[in-house]
Every structure is written in structure tokens, then in C-alpha cells.
Design a protein around this ligand. Structure first.
Ligand code: PLP
Length: 370
């Protein structure tokens, strides 16, 4: 996608904030616990290679991604750390993964058998066994199956049994009933395991922040690195997270809208009196959700309403008075002591901040501050 560099709209990433969020969590971990930074989905919209670089400096020991291509992006950028692909990769790419030292997630013996057929002689694929303890997404569902898989891996030279893990569905909630159920199932799986692999891991951000007793020796640290509370606002984080993403633009057109005139498609907004209106160069094609009509942005420390429908590439805001073209507008972040957070946007859109952050499209130019 073409990146918009000749317009004033910028997704600004605070590198020091990401560093703080990772280094602080790392310092809370028991000695010997590895932190793998999750950088899937373009680093939750923050830029995969840039985030990986900061994470490396902040003490991350490896990376997790969702799909093989993201792992290859990191390798092409020169990262030598261990990388785990969290999703199931087509077994036909087993050799591509092995030759790039990328670890695969395994959820069935069938997958191992298929992958074995694709591995070239002398190549070894590192695998992490996924256990489904209640997420219902991927992984082995019964301890007997796990046993068979471990036996299979024992016989095959083509595989290195590097890790075992599970994923919690409700680690971010004050009610820990379901979390405890999953933990019990996890322990039942682990009880049949003859020997521990190098990495044993159950923790996403929420688990590591609120249930760190079960971290074992590696965590998959994701959203908290970006300064976002995994629970939304339900639970307080053990240390203050610093949000890393802000979104700014400048007014590209300013006019006086006469009383009775309407704004945007469907003419859903009509001026009740003469008013000043600014047009911004951002729209839903940038990932600024159309549902945000009626929400607000910040101009000079004041909230200004988004009026009329948000268009693909432009949107309009009502101003308290005339402002010159070029005036800075904050869509996410701080302005003169007031803030609009990704959580505020998510609340308005009835979703979670994860979806807003990774929904910002490539057309938005990312810039890196601090
Ligand atoms: C995305 C993901 C994570 C990271 O989760 P956060 O909530 O962002 O910390 C960890 N583990 C798995 C399996 C994931 O899919």
C-alpha cells in the first residue's frame, strides 16, 4: 500500500515508552525467565522491525509472531534471536522454517508426520507443542495425545522438541474461575510429560502481569509492551504502562459552515448555527473507524466533535472558533494535558484497543520519537 508521506497525518510511536514497558516487565521476572516479545500484526500496528529493535535493546530474548511471513520479515531484517510462529503453519513450509531457524507450533501428530515428509536431510525443525486447555483454538486436547506426540518427536531426528505451551482465555479478568480450570488442565498435561523441553510457557501479558506465579521459564509478552492494559480497565497493572502510540494530523481545510448547511455523505449532520469546521486528511481507509462519527479529537487542549460521516480519506470536525490551516489535531494521545487513549476509541466503537491499534493501515506514515 502507498504510504502517505506528503500529508501531515502521522502515527507517532514513542520508542522510550515501549522500552519502559518491556524493560520494567523484564526486571519483574524471576531470573532465568525469558521474555519473547510478541510482534505479530506489524507489532500491533506499531511497526514490526522497529518494535523488535527496541525489544532487543530492552532485554527481550526472542520473538513471537502469528504467521511465518512475519518471522521471515524479522530474519530478513537481521534478527538472530529465536522466533516462534504461534499459529499453525502449513507443513509444506517445514523446511523453510528449519533453514531459517524459525520454531513451529504443533497441534497434532498428523502435522508432525506431514512436516517430516517435507524436511530435507540434515535439517532440524524446532517445535513448540501447543496444548488446548480451554482456549478452544489450537493444540492437543488430551494428555494421551501429548504423550504420543512426545514419543514421535523422540524418534525423529528432524525435530527438536524445543517448547510446550498453552494460552489462557481469561487471564485478564478479576474472576479467575476459568483461569484456574485451565491451569488445572495444564498441570494434568505436564504431569504426563517425561522431560521438560527448553521453553515452558503459559503467559501472555495478562498472565505475566496478574498471575506471574505460573510464568514458568518464558513469557509471550504482547500488548502490554505497547502500553495497553490487557484487561481494558478492569484490573490495575502492577506498574504504570506508558502508551506508545499517538495519532496526529493538521487541519487541511477550514471554513465557516452556514447555519442549515450539512456535512458529509447522507447529510447526517446539519449546522444549527454558523460554525467553524475543519477537514482532516484521514478516514476509515487509514483504520480510523467509520463508527467514530460523533466521537472527538483534540485541538489546542479542547475536545472537538467529529461531525457527519467519516469518509474513506477525510473527516470533518467542529471547531470552537476559527483556526488556521495547519493547526495540529490529536486523534490519539495527549494535547495540552488532555488525552484520548486507544481505550477511549475502543470503548466508543464497542471493541478492544488491540483491534484499534492493529487496524491502523499501512497508508498511515509511522514516525518514531524518543
Ligand atoms: C497474541 C498472543 C499472545 C500475546 O498476547 P497479549 O495479550 O498481547 O500479551 C501470546 N500468546 C499467544 C498464543 C498469542 O496468540
Amino acid at each position: 500500500m502507498t504510504i502517505g508521506i506528503h500529508r501531515p497525518t502521522r502515527l507517532v510511536i514513542d520508542q522510550a515508552a515501549i522500552y519502559h514497558n518491556i524493560a520494567t516487565e523484564k526486571s519483574r521476572l524471576k531470573p532465568g525467565v525469558a521474555l519473547f516479545q510478541v510482534v505479530k500484526a506489524n507489532g500491533y500496528g506499531h511497526g514490526i522491525t522497529q518494535v523488535a529493535r527496541i525489544a532487543e535493546q530492552a532485554g527481550a530474548n526472542g520473538f513471537c509472531v502469528a504467521i511465518l511471513d512475519e518471522a521471515l520479515t524479522l530474519r530478513e531484517a537481521g534478527f538472530n534471536q529465536p522466533i516462534l510462529v504461534l499459529g499453525i503453519t502449513d507443513p509444506q513450509y517445514a523446511d523453510l522454517m528449519a533453514s531459517n531457524h524459525i520454531s513451529a507450533t504443533v497441534g497434532s501428530i498428523g502435522w508432525l508426520e506431514a512436516a517430516d515428509g517435507y524436511l530435507n536431510k540434515g535439517h532440524q525443525l524446532s517445535v513448540h507443542i501447543a496444548l488446548d486447555t480451554g482456549m478452544g483454538r489450537i493444540g492437543f486436547q488430551a494428555p494421551e495425545e501429548l504423550n504420543k506426540a512426545v514419543q514421535y518427536l523422540d524418534q525423529k531426528r528432524g525435530f527438536n522438541f524445543e517448547g510446550i505451551f498453552t494460552h489462557f482465555a481469561q487471564a485478564d479478568s478479576a474472576d479467575t474461575t476459568y483461569f484456574q480450570l485451565q491451569l488445572k488442565r495444564w498441570k494434568a498435561f505436564m504431569a504426563v510429560l517425561p522431560a521438560r523441553p527448553k521453553y515452558v510457557h503459559v503467559s501472555n501479558s495478562a498472565t505475566s502481569l496478574w498471575h506471574d506465579a505460573c510464568n514458568d521459564n518464558m513469557i509471550r509478552y504482547g500488548v502490554a509492551a505497547y502500553g495497553l492494559n490487557p484487561s481494558g480497565g478492569e484490573l490495575a497493572t502492577p506498574f504504570p504502562l506508558k502508551p506508545a502510540m499517538s495519532l496526529k494530523t493538521q487541519m487541511m481545510f477550514v471554513k465557516k459552515l452556514p447555519r442549515g448547511d450539512s456535512v458529509s455523505y447522507g447529510s447526517t449532520y446539519t449546522a444549527g448555527e454558523d460554525q467553524w469546521v475543519a477537514t482532516l486528511s484521514i478516514g476509515y481507509a487509514d483504520g480510523y473507524e467509520r463508527r467514530l462519527q460523533g466521537f472527538h479529537v483534540l485541538v489546542n487542549g479542547e475536545f472537538c466533535e467529529i461531525i457527519g460521516r467519516i469518509c474513506m480519506d477525510q473527516m470533518m470536525i467542529r471547531l470552537p472558533h476559527q483556526y488556521p490551516v495547519g493547526t495540529v489535531v490529536t486523534l490519539v494521545g495527549e494535547d495540552h494535558g488532555k488525552t484520548i487513549s486507544l481505550q477511549d476509541i475502543a470503548d466508543y466503537c464497542d471493541t478492544i484497543h488491540y483491534e484499534i491499534a492493529c487496524g491502523f493501515t499501512q497508508r498511515l506514515k509511522r514516525t518514531y520519537a524518543n
